[in-house]
Design a protein around this ligand. Structure first.
Ligand code: PLP
Length: 449
């Protein structure tokens, strides 16, 4: 192992980063994060930065929890690995499946595991297709998602995402993937004078129109993030999900909640579908299930979908070497127990979410802030040049980028998509840390003007 090397030079020499324009990165050099604790990350110069994004929307329990370190080490010693193919199981995967089934809405009781959100999404797609084949409706294969959705970056996940920049360069999307729009984001897509209710119905109708255009007999499922995340942190307007659920039932289209960001307490309940009051047939989850300590994802099926698969004579010929990895399962179990013990999906979670949302609202008076919005411990603000007309500084989103950089200099991580800025802090954040985070954000906004 080489020692005493310049990490930036080493990284630039050999590392292709995810979602990165490489010549820009290599000109500027990457930021080097060396350690983390609680809600703080530290760079190589020991600058202390509040992680307002919980890593990549995942470190729900905060960094450096000894309980998770201990359970990972114990499990590595006891059963470092075993597979679940060939009629075997482990205590870890069996207990985790039981625990997740207890937390998911009634009926979503059959769980299969992967390592990433994208794997959970691919798993869901294959099981949906398999289900309709078993039901004798092999023509039902179209998957509808929404413009600006994010569902992962594998071939299928990127096809299902509604983000053309992820697709064109790879000759995606694949056939069978269709996108409905507009996405349900009132601030950006509502017409002048349109009520929130009318807007919700128009967005849901766009999904219904897509089902009718493709023919309901060809449509397998509709997939959505309860709160749209990576594409723009868009909160569903009142009544939207109930209307979507009604439409899916009317045309016998499976309803899929992609809970990769919203799951495990992020929106106040265990899952976003519980916060927004709808019951899916299938759910995908990852990130918060282990708070990002080790990779693990899960796909949950309800009885309707699971029964034909369980009773089929054919093998469910799908899975991964690391499906239900014992170390990942042990960490997930302890992480979920901790979320419970600390009341983070409960009384304490509700209390700190209220505090966070109140603080977020205080930014409404800033001359650059066109809107703030949020739910649970998710928040966003829109940077505008003109609050009345919602005019942006420029279409490329340079103000968002500038603000993100000022945030980092001021000691807080926010993410920017165009001129929308996001927050998703660890659920363990305290009131005083929230105060400090918003003081740093206000400073960064002042510098952005
Ligand atoms: N689905 C949603 C809703 C996501 O937000 C993400 C990642 O952000 C994924 C799927 C893909 O997860 P992963 O990056 O772990 O593959």
């Amino acid at each position: 192992m080489k020692t005493n090397l310049d990490i930036k030079a080493l990284d630039s020499a050999h590392h292709l980063h995810p979602f990165t324009t490489h010549h820009e990165l290599r000109e500027q050099g990457p930021r080097v994060i060396t350690h983390a604790d609680g809600v703080y990350i530290y760079d190589e110069d020991e600058n202390q930065i509040i992680d307002g994004m919980a890593g990549l929307w995942c470190v729900n329990i905060g960094y450096g929890r000894q309980e998770l370190v201990d359970v990972a080490a114990e499990t590595m010693k006891t059963l470092s690995y075993y597979n679940l193919f060939f009629q075997t199981t482990t205590p870890y995967v069996a207990k985790l499946a039981d625990l997740i089934a207890e937390k998911t809405p009634e009926g979503l009781d059959q769980i299969t595991f992967g390592s990433s959100g994208s794997e959970a999404v691919d798993t869901a797609i294959k099981l949906i297709w398999y289900y309709w084949n078993l039901e004798g409706k092999p023509e039902k294969k179209a998957i509808i998602s929404r413009e600006r959705a994010y569902h992962g970056s594998t071939v299928a996940g990127a096809s299902m995402s509604g983000l053309p920049f992820m697709q064109g360069i790879f000759d995606l999307p694949l056939p069978r993937f269709h996108h409905a729009g507009p996405p349900p984001h009132y601030y950006e897509y509502a017409k002048d004078g349109e009520s929130e209710h009318d807007f919700a119905m128009r967005c849901a109708k766009a999904v219904e129109d897509k089902i009718l255009e493709l023919g309901p007999e060809n449509v397998a499922a509709f997939a959505g993030e309860p709160v749209m995340g990576a594409g723009g942190l868009m909160l569903p307007p009142e009544g939207y999900w109930q209307e979507i659920e009604r439409i899916c039932r009317k045309y016998d289209v499976l309803l899929w909640s992609d809970e990769v960001i919203c799951g495990f307490g992020r929106t106040g309940e265990w899952f976003g579908c519980q916060t927004y009051g709808f019951t899916p047939d299938i759910m995908t989850m990852a990130k918060g299930v282990t708070s990002g300590y080790v990779p693990l994802s899960a796909t949950a099926l309800n009885k309707r979908m699971a029964d034909p698969i369980i009773n089929a004579d054919t093998e469910m010929a799908h899975g991964f070497t690391y499906s239900g990895h014992p170390v990942a399962c042990a960490v997930a179990i302890r992480n979920i127990e901790l979320l419970d013990e600390l009341g983070l999906v409960g009384e304490r979670g509700a209390e700190i979410s209220r505090y966070f949302q109140d603080k977020l609202k205080t930014l409404d008076d800033h001359p650059l802030v066109g809107e703030t919005r949020g739910v649970g411990l998710l928040g966003a603000l829109e940077i505008v040049k003109n609050k009345e007309t919602k005019e942006r500084f420029d279409p490329a989103g340079s103000a968002g980028l500038a603000c993100r950089n000022h945030c980092f200099q001021s000691g807080v991580v926010m993410r920017a998509v165009g001129d929308a800025m996001f927050l998703c802090p660890p659920l363990v954040i305290s009131e005083s840390e929230i105060d400090e985070m918003f003081a740093r954000i206000r400073k960064a906004l002042d510098l952005t003007a």
